[in-house]
Design a binder for this molecule. Structure first.
Ligand code: SF4
Length: 717
């Protein structure tokens, strides 16, 4: 690539110099506001009440987005924002998993508030450059790159017509362009999307990190909810942040020794226990493949089944062989969990980069299960190739997987055929046509464009065309709130059904992952137990997104004596680590109760933000029946023994003379009733009324009784 030629096409639109604010106890208390439409660039102070109530990360994103938008602001209105913020702990390097950022925007898919967490360098580098959050607003006329120069303390917006759009090329180009030598590359963070993000509603953002061992730019994804689509709609090609370097105590924490002590303790666990437990350093989250298959939880053929005889072809032993071993794979400096595994020198067989050898970041569990078994495809080569293309084209692999699986089931049921798909034969297992659909989306043509709408809109489209039965489409279309399900089977775990469908943004497992506690270990048998778990875990997990932490080091390795502790599912020793980290960074008084309380305020604010936009009530917590039970006879029969037993022993039905259809009907009624009872119990535990709206008394108790918040909820009491 001729970087100088590309650079020569730049046209500087605006340059803004600022006075650098160093971090103090994890914060700069400054926000960088950039409007790419009118090129207004300014610095804002973080008001003390915002810091106190919203903490950072997602909290800051939600607060800023609320203030910047109206209740009816659409995702593609210029005033919609993309906010990126890490959090007070984000950027330290002495404990694992401390480089996350949260991205917040109004989603093209859900029309509501979206948040997506991501690793990579940009979030921490933004802090080191002097800002706790970046607020992007407006729409540029032509493609722009925003450069935050944390060395010379200058922000530039320039038109950038020459750079590529696809992330694996663009991130390399910009890293090269803004450095004078290889040694500087570790000081650059790039955010970009890709060509499919331009033609779909399911676009995502790639955050780069430089891998000094491989000497390559790599990518982590803020995948969920279409924020990459918003990014390209604003005609932002990329964000670049450059700093002088990462060293010592840039967060200027109050007690570095305590952080280092906890960091050493955690590193010892990784050294001694990871190989015996999850093998995160060897296979990352892909270790889950056989565990899910063995417990009948692996999504197969659009979540119809939970296991498959061919699943061994894509299990963790396959990924272990494909991933380069014995090389650090942390997406942030100092992460000893080091789970960002990659396939090196993978030769692409299709698409615009056919024949090139590339590094593929992943596959993680979600990609292997989603692109693979959930689409009836057990070909590792296909999974790696489509993982790569989803990333570089800038679309969410989880969403794309669930969309493809849904389309395949429609095809197998005659709702689609070759005539309707423009010649694509989209049966389960047809990997080549699935890939072609992805390439079509990147080119902005054919049936790929339909797929890029996401499951909810595809359903609506098919129903409007009279293609298929609406009730069936709604039963098998795995979305809630307009967001596609992530790759776990919730049918046999009532708590996980709630963990998916009662989320704020839609069914992503980052709020609650309760399948093992509920289904496998039977630790939360009653509605009250489940409701308690669906209070604690979403609140606890929300906290990671407020402070800049990765969730994986919390429970993907556990202290050796964890099982002997009270409430082992909470991993109490690691919770103590986090309490110590937060106190040591910020110097604030803090304990494990305050951790949940801080999250609870933000969680409820997000719920009310949804309400302000016309969502956020019980209606929007409904789930598709495929998430709760067998929709088809084939599904029932695949687990007939289990379902028959439930009918006999739990529901108390004499099944001898019943047809499969009659049994399915009774089971469905029972499971739907159970879910409604769960919703009642969870709402009560969360301090919400029976419509899912936080009560004013509860909001006062948790300190989220801001006047603008009360104004929204008072009509729903
Ligand atoms: S655990 Fe994995 S995803 Fe989390 S920070 Fe470390 S390398 Fe990144």
């Amino acid at each position: 690539m001729d970087i100088n030629l590309i650079r020569s096409k730049h046209r500087l639109l605006r340059s803004w110099d600022y006075t650098w604010t160093p971090l103090n106890k994890g914060y700069t208390d400054k926000i960088l506001y950039i409007n790419v439409g009118d090129q207004d660039i300014k610095e804002k102070d973080v008001p003390p009440v915002m810091k106190e109530k919203f903490i950072g990360g997602k909290g800051y994103g939600l607060r800023l987005l609320w203030d910047a938008t109206r209740p009816d602001t659409k995702w593609d209105d210029p005033e919609n924002e993309i906010i990126i913020s890490s959090g007070p702990i984000g950027g330290i390097t002495q404990y694992s998993g401390t480089g996350k950022s949260l991205v917040v925007s109004i989603s093209p898919q859900t029309d509501s508030v979206m948040d997506s967490n991501v690793g990579g360098f940009f979030g921490p580098f933004l802090k080191f450059s002097g800002f706790d959050a970046l607020e992007l607003q407006g729409k540029a006329k032509n493609d722009v790159v925003v450069f935050i120069d944390g060395i010379n303390h200058r922000v530039e917006i320039f038109e950038a017509p020459g750079e590529a759009v696809d992330s694996h090329v663009l991130a390399e180009q910009l890293t090269e362009m803004f450095t004078d030598n290889d040694n500087e590359k570790k000081n650059i963070g790039v955010v970009s999307a890709g060509s499919a993000a331009e033609h779909s509603l399911i676009g995502m953002l790639n955050f780069s990190f430089y891998d000094p061992k491989r000497k390559k730019v790599r990518l982590k994804q803020a995948g969920r909810g279409g924020i990459g689509t918003v990014f390209r709609n604003k005609k932002i090609k990329a964000l670049v942040c450059k700093i002088p370097g990462v060293k010592g105590n840039l967060n200027n924490v109050v007690d570095l020794n305590s952080i280092m002590e906890r960091g050493r303790r955690f590193n010892r666990e990784m050294r001694e226990l990871d190989d015996k437990q999850c093998q995160m350093r060897q296979v990352g989250t892909a270790h889950l493949m056989e565990i899910m298959n063995d417990h009948d939880l692996l999504p197969v053929n659009n979540y119809k089944f939970g296991s498959h005889p061919d699943s061994y072809k894509i299990d963790s032993s396959v990924w272990k062989r494909n991933f380069t071993q014995n090389i650090p794979d942390g997406c942030w400096i100092g992460c000893n969990m080091s789970c960002s595994k990659g396939v090196d020198d993978f030769e692409l067989k299709t698409g615009p980069y056919k024949g090139q050898k590339v590094i593929v970041d992943g596959p993680e569990y979600e990609n292997a299960a989603g692109l693979g078994s959930n689409c009836g495809i057990f070909d590792p080569g296909y999974i790696i190739e489509s993982n790569f293309y989803c990333d570089t084209y800038g679309i969410c692999t989880i969403t794309w997987s669930t969309v493809t699986a849904f389309i395949m089931e429609c095809y197998e049921n005659g709702i689609l055929n070759k005539e309707k798909t423009g010649g694509l034969d989209l049966k389960f297992g047809n990997s080549s046509d699935a890939l072609e659909m992805l390439h079509q989306l990147a080119r902005g043509e054919g049936f790929g464009l339909t797929a890029g709408l996401g499951v909810r809109r595809i359903k609506q489209l098919f129903i409007s065309y009279g293609w298929g039965d609406g009730a069936f489409l709604n039963d098998i279309g795995m979305e809630n709130k307009g967001l596609e399900y992530s790759q776990y089977m919730s049918k046999e775990s009532l708590a996980q059904q709630g963990g998916f469908a009662m989320t704020n943004k839609g069914p992503q497992h980052d709020e609650a992952w309760l399948i093992f506690m509920d289904m496998v270990n039977n630790q939360i048998p009653t509605f009250e137990n489940k409701a308690e778990a669906l209070h604690y875990f979403p609140m606890f997990r929300t906290w990671f997104g407020l402070v800049g932490l990765c969730k994986l080091p919390w429970n993907d390795v556990e202290p050796e004596n964890n099982a002997e502790m009270d409430e082992p599912a909470k991993v109490p020793e690691h919770v103590e680590n986090y309490v110590t980290l937060y106190k040591a960074v910020t110097g604030r008084e803090f304990d494990k109760h305050r951790l949940v309380e801080d999250s609870e305020r933000v969680y409820n604010f997000q719920r009310i933000f949804n309400l302000r936009r016309g969502f956020g009530t019980r209606l929007h917590d409904r789930q598709p029946y495929r998430a709760a039970g067998p929709v088809t006879r084939e599904e029932y029969e695949s687990r007939a023994e289990r379902y028959d037993k439930q009918l006999r022993e739990i529901i108390g039905v004499d099944i001898e003379k019943l047809s499969v259809e009659e049994k399915m009907k009774i089971l469905r009624k029972y499971r739907e009733d159970q879910y409604e009872k769960l919703v009642d119990a969870v709402y009560k535990r969360r301090g919400w009324n029976s419509n899912g709206v936080p009560t004013i008394g509860f909001l006062k108790r948790i300190g989220m009784d801001l006047p603008e918040v009360i104004e929204v909820v008072k009509n729903y009491q």
